[in-house]
Design a protein around this ligand. Structure first.
Ligand SMILES: NC(=O)c1ccc[n+]([C@@H]2O[C@H](COP(=O)([O-])OP(=O)(O)OC[C@H]3O[C@@H](n4cnc5c(N)ncnc54)[C@H](OP(=O)(O)O)[C@@H]3O)[C@@H](O)[C@H]2O)c1
Length: 261
């Protein structure tokens, strides 16, 4: 008898890290449910990997509840949720538009909270059937506040707190929670090579498949928190805790180029 494929729900799967992640999961035999808003992009990726499409704005709690209802009707058990959907919010707290502060909080932080809560019955069923995982795609900005991305960093700090708190709440439940913290990654929403002013930081920009690989390794090795790449970003996170004054001087010097995105 054929074994049913494991089900992964990946938010923000229409481009960048999410797209690379569903491609890597499908190559390993997972059946993926792709969640995002741009229908054409999402359908193109889903067709390439024989996945399922769910159009949903993760910042809209009612839309997330409806999306999860549809997914759970098709799949009683979900073995993996990747909370990856996210957006940038460039500008310091003195210049950023108030609406952007609200939106980035709704999408980057609350989006993962609503998706996890709404899909919990499926994850619990997955846990009973052998184990389930939640991966929260955070950022090094969840540990260090880069001045020209203040509201983005705050949303990622909140997301990391959510991830750690959820991991503690689910200990022993059969659902493991992992936080993956990438440094700068070249993607559509975050075209780092073009916007980073610092040549030094520009040297450490990586590509999406490297992050997808880190997600799969975090699941396989049951790692609670993974920074990718480890150097220099883990050092930066540790320095933030040990020497916040020094880090404040460094992050205050960093800036984005003035470009229209
Ligand atoms: N690139 C980096 O340097 C970097 C570093 C650390 C962490 N991250 C994090 O990695 C994650 C993925 O970003 P990326 O770099 O791969 O950027 P990306 O290529 O722009 O992808 C962002 C994805 O999120 C989706 N999305 C955005 N807002 C959404 C919403 N309201 N509802 C549903 N889906 C939404 C987008 O799809 P639609 O537009 O089709 O909805 C897209 O699929 C984000 O959480 C980001 O914060 C990125």
């Amino acid at each position: 008898m054929a074994v049913a494929p494991r089900i992964a729900v990946v938010t923000g799967a229409s481009s960048g890290i999410g797209e690379a992640t569903v491609r890597a999961l499908a190559a390993r035999g997972w059946r993926c449910v792709l969640v995002a808003r741009r229908e054409n992009r999402l359908r193109a990726v889903a067709e390439a990997i024989d996945g399922e499409v769910e159009l949903c704005d993760v910042g809209d709690r009612d839309a997330v509840t409806a999306m999860a209802g549809r997914v759970l009707e098709r799949h009683a058990a979900v073995q993996l949720l990747v909370n990856n959907a996210g957006m940038p919010a460039r500008g310091t707290y003195l210049t950023v538009a108030p609406e952007l502060v609200e939106e980035v909080t709704r999408v980057n932080y609350l989006g993962g909270v609503w998706c996890t809560r709404a899909l919990m019955p499926g994850l619990e069923a997955g846990a009973r059937a052998g184990g389930a995982h939640v991966v929260n795609l955070v950022s090094v900005a969840g540990t260090v506040a880069f001045a020209p991305a203040g509201a983005y960093a705050a949303s990622k700090h909140a997301q990391l707190a959510f991830s750690r708190s959820l991991a503690a709440a689910l200990r022993g439940s059969g659902i493991s929670v992992h936080a993956v913290l990438p440094g700068f990654v070249e993607t559509e929403g975050f075209p780092q090579k073009g916007v980073l002013r610092s040549r030094l930081l520009g040297r450490f920009v990586i590509e999406s498949p490297q992050v997808a690989d880190a997600i799969l390794k975090a699941i396989d090795k049951n790692r609670a928190e993974v920074t990718v790449p480890w150097f220099p970003y883990r050092t930066i996170s540790v320095l933030q805790t040990l020497a916040p004054g020094l880090m404040g001087r460094f992050t205050g010097m960093a800036d984005y180029r003035k470009v229209t995105l």
